[in-house]
Write a protein that binds this ligand. Sequence first.
Ligand code: TRP
Ligand code: MN
Length: 448
Amino acid sequence: MSDWKLESWRAKSALHQPVYPDAVALREVTSQLEELPPLVFAEEIQSLRKDLAKVERGEGFLLQGGDCAESFAEFSQQNLQDTVKVILQMAVTLTYAGSCPVVKMGRVAGQFAKPRSSPVETRNGESLPSYLGDIINGIDFDESSRVPDPQRMLRAYQQSVTSINLLRAMATGGFASLRNIREWNLESVNGTKLAERYGAMTDRIHQALDFMNACGVPMEAFSSLQGTALYTSHEALLLEYEQVMTRQVDGAWYDLSAHCLWVGERTRQEDSAHLELMRGVENPVGVKIGPTATADDCLRISTQLNPDNESGKLIFICRMGAAKTKEVLPALLKAVSDAGRKVIWVCDPMHGNTETAASGYKTRNFDRIMEEVIAFFDAHRNAGTYPGGLHLEMTGRYVTECTGGAYEISDEDLHHCYDTQCDPRLNAGQALEIAYQAADELRRFRQK
Ligand code: TRP
Ligand code: MN
C-alpha cells in the first residue's frame, strides 16, 4: 500500500459528494471531528475480520440490517431497541437452524448519507437540490434546508456515539443473554404464525439450557451465552467524514467510524475515490453488486480492494432483483471462485426489487424479496460456493412500506404507516419471515 495516502482519494473521481458553500466552515468541522474519539476500536475491527473469515470459509453467516437511512428526527431509544430485538431474534433463529455462528451487524450508528438518482428534486414545478441524508442537508422541501451544512456531520457523529452506547449496552449488559430470548419478541408480531414459530424455538432453547444446567453445566459458566457482539456498518459515502474518522493505530489505518463500511453501486467505478479511500483501511469492506455488474468488475474490485487476497476483507453485497439474480449471479460466482479470489457473498434482496405502487408510493413486494433470497441460495448451491449472508433494510417498528408478507399489506395500506426517510423497509414481522426462510435454506445448505 505504499502508494496509498489518507488523501489519495482526492485525485480520483468522487461521485455523489455535496458541494459545501463555505469551505472555511467545512474545515472547522473536520478539524473538530479530528479531535473527537473514534466510534469503534481497531481491536474490534480485527475480531470482525476473524468472524468474517469464518463466514468466508462457510462456517458462519452474516446478518446485516437496519434503516435505509438513519435520521435525526426518528432517533429514539425505542426505535433502536426494537430494531436490535428483531436482529437478535433473526440471528438466534439462523444460529439455531444453521447450527453456525451468526455475525450480527447493524446498518446503524452512521448510516446517514444517501446517493440520489438525481441531484435535483422537482415538486409542483419548483426545483431544489435533492435531499442527501441528514448528515449533509435537510429533508424539508425548502431552499435553506437543502443547502449542505457541515455542522450536520457533528450531529451525526454525536447521534452515532449515543447509538453505539446503547448497542453495546444491549449486546453485553444482559439483555442479549440467551436466557432473555423471549424478551426480544415484539408486540406487533404477537398472535401471528411467526410468533408461534418463535415461541416453539425459544421453548426448545430454554429446555436445552435447563438440561445442560441439570447436567452440571450452568450457563453462568459461559460468557458466550450471556451476550453477543453487535457490529456497526454504513455506506462510506461522505468522504470528508470518512477521511476524518480514518486513523492510524499501530502503524495500520482503520476507518474508526464503524466496524464495516460499504461502497455503493453508484460509486464503485474504476477510478472511484471511494474505493481508493477504502483500499487503505484494515476494515472489512462491502461493495454493492448490481444487475449490470460483470465478472471483470468483480475481479477488478477484488484486486483493487484486496490485492493480497486476505481473508475476511471483501464482501460482495448482491442487489440484482429476483430475475437478474438467476440470470447474472451464476457467472459472477464462477468467475470469482475460478480466480481463487476470497469473497464473502451476501444477498441484499431489497434494492433490486424497488417499484412504484399504483398509489404512488415507492415500495417493494415481499414475494419478490423472498424470491431473490431463494434464487441467491440456489445460485450458490449450483456454483459450489457459499451463501454468506443477508443484508436487509428493516425496522423493528410496525411500518407499511413493503407490500405482502404475514400482514398482507396491500398497495392501499401503504399510507397507514409510511415513515421511511428514503427506501421502503421490512417491518418486524416481514423481517422475521425472511429470516425463517433464510434459516430453512441455510439448514438445507449446511446439511447437504
Ligand atoms: N454469544 C453467542 C453468539 O453471539 C450466543 C448468543 C448469545 C446469541 N446471545 C445471542 C446468539 C443472541 C444470537 C442472538 O452467537
Ligand atoms: Mn436503501
